[in-house]
Write a protein that binds this ligand. Sequence first.
Ligand code: ZN
Length: 296
Amino acid sequence: MKLGAIEAGGTKFVVAIGNENGEVLERDSFPTTTPEETMNNIFKFFDGKNVEAIGLGCFGPIDPDLKSETYGYITTTPKPGWGHYNIVGALQEHYPQMPIGFDTDVNGAALGEAYFGAAKGLDSALYLTIGTGIGGGAIVEGNLVHGLLHPEMGHMYLERREDDTYKGKCPYHGTCFEGLAAGPAVEERWGVKGKDLPVDHPAWDLEAWYIAQALAIYVLTISPKKIILGGGIMHQSQLFPMIHKYLQERLNGYIQKDEITTDAIKDYIVWPELGDNAGVCGALALAKLALERQRN
Ligand code: ZN
């Protein structure tokens, strides 16, 4: 089965052909310019390829609600030309019968990990990306969580650690999770980009403390069976053992599951199995889901 994948980012688009097992057979990418030019590049890539469905994991915010009048729109992005743009409509107009799966890039990545990666076979998982921003996607009882819009897991308020006086980077909330722990916050707090900080720098202990605080809230609210942490910051692999320790401390024995209370926590909070293919495989997963929906 041939499936199409589009990973729509603010700076570049990645397009690919793959299959129902998440294997990528062919890919290309081009910079994000005007909607018209970008869509034409997409059509040039997919025309004549006979894919059975296309999945689109998209930068946001977007409207993924099938029942909404603005379903398929990118909504309030400051990116010129893309605000209130009906990207699914443009695709559907060019490929009238094509099943199209559409969701946020991070929801796509979560679904990709659940179909093909670290959460394969599980009906419950959380995927979090911690990089330039922080976003999360959750699978609960086999389905991606939506609702009024889509979760914005990076923007919940966190308690600031006593020794941290940083004012926070989020223009909306100051010291929300993203405002305290995303890449730009790390850089502003320490005056150096995260990738240039030594692995034993105190920045990483603080970073792990904030990530663990956020994970405790997700464990207590959505009770995921697996937590997958991706994004540029998580390339600092020294963070994982510190996050494990701080999460155990914070939950303080309240959640009596081996995945939390024992060394099994190292298999509970993990790096994405799909690695840097997460975006494209996520879009393939969205295509697969769209096809399954059409058949049912
Ligand atoms: Zn915020």
